[in-house]
Design a protein around this ligand. Structure first.
Ligand SMILES: [Zn+2]
Ligand SMILES: [Zn+2]
Length: 374
């Protein structure tokens, strides 16, 4: 494993085109995606999100899987020929072989597992593919900082990404169950709710954006100012590199509070499901975007909408960057409440992170707010 990691994190010279790094890395990524998909086909009850199953066209999934496994194998072979270290190529081929043993693209559902618990492995794979396809090329072409894909602490952040995708069920349940309870006792609200839901979806979408941003602004500010809460939020701020996976680094407790305080009230207010889903999808891509390693400043657009530069300043190590730019969508909230900071010269912060120490690794960071001594 450590050899594989060292290979992925190779320096620029050993990543050059023709060294077998690109083919080997692509092979490993495709093999992981292929192997995960085979697992989803074999254990759908356990590993896929029930609501999502209805949307999958299994025929297309199998055809794509076939292509992915073959490509992973072929690229692995190319890497083995080109590269003196065979770790990348052989790892990819071993995974493809394991996927083939489990049935490959013809994998059948193995014995029906009766379970109420499931993990969103399909969700993780889709997230990774979708955001990866959008952001990896963009961050190569329009990068702000010259950092490799496998930069410092990439494994930690990818693990955060993985865990929050897998636990999609727990998160959805935690945010949905209370809203359902509220709805049962909300007769007096029904007129308001009916009116809210009767608006055009696009209007509802912007209302949700504004409402959740207002809630998040104050919640976010509290997470910075109240020292008990800060130790949870410090995990998010401990990221030293910003890119498309950096935003995933967030303490589980904070995710629950954030979801609870934004999603429950929006459901309770009666916003329609299409508007809610559109918002949830949008906010996911948007938070990936504001953390990304993209140098675009967006000119006058940045006055009205949060941009990567705005949020990068929230993460900056400079003195001026402390406790500023709390908004997630609309910077005007920071202007109104006096926490806006965006230097006019197009400057970016010199680095990211927090002053105090932060333990390394997911588990230690999970325990950190409860066990820290200070
Ligand atoms: Zn913050
Ligand atoms: Zn952030």
């Amino acid at each position: 494993m450590s050899k594989l990691r060292a290979e992925l994190e190779s320096d620029r010279e050993r990543r050059r085109f023709g060294t077998g790094w690109l083919s080997g890395t692509a092979a490993v990524i495709l093999a992981v995606i292929g192997f995960g998909t085979v697992l989803c086909l074999r254990y759908p009850d356990l590993l896929t999100v029930p609501d999502a199953r209805a949307f999958y066209n299994v025929g297309v999934v199998r055809a794509a899987l076939h292509l992915v496994l073959i490509s992973a194998f072929a690229l692995g072979a190319v890497s083995i020929v080109l590269r003196e270290s065979k770790v990348l190529g052989f790892s990819a081929m071993a995974l493809v072989l394991a996927a083939a043993i489990l049935g490959g693209s013809r994998a059948q559902e193995s014995a029906n597992i009766e379970t109420d618990v499931y993990f969103g492995l399909d969700w993780f794979l889709l997230n990774l593919i979708l955001t990866g396809i959008i952001f990896v090329p963009l961050e190569r072409l329009f990068r702000l900082r010259d950092q490799p894909i496998f930069r410092v602490e990439w494994r930690e952040d990818l693990f955060y990404f993985f865990v929050s995708s897998l636990l999609v069920q727990g998160l959805t349940y935690l945010s949905m169950a209370p809203s359902m309870a509220i709805l049962k006792h909300a007769d007096a609200w029904s007129t308001l709710r009916a009116w809210v839901a009767s608006q055009p979806v696009i209007v509802q979408f912007f209302e949700i954006m504004f409402f959740t941003d207002l809630v998040q602004y104050w919640m976010h500010r509290a997470f910075h100012r109240v020292s008990f809460l800060w130790h949870f939020h410090a995990v998010h701020h401990s990221a030293q590199s910003m890119d498309w996976i950096a935003g995933s680094r967030m303490h589980f407790f904070e995710i629950i509070v954030l979801r609870g305080l934004t999603i429950i009230p929006t459901y309770a207010l009666g916003f329609s499901e299409p508007a809610m889903y559109a918002y949830i999808f949008f906010v996911y891509l948007f938070s990936t975007f504001v953390h990304s390693n993209l140098r675009w400043t967006f000119g006058p657009f940045s006055t009205w909408f949060v941009t990567p530069r705005f949020h990068h300043w929230h993460h900056g190590i400079e003195r001026e960057a402390i406790d500023v730019n709390f908004a997630v969508h609309f910077p005007i909230l920071d202007r109104i409440f006096g926490t806006y900071y965006l230097p006019p010269d197009g400057k970016w912060p010199s680095g990211y992170g927090i002053k105090g120490p932060m333990p390394k690794g997911f588990l230690r960071q999970f325990l950190y707010p409860f066990t820290r001594r200070s």
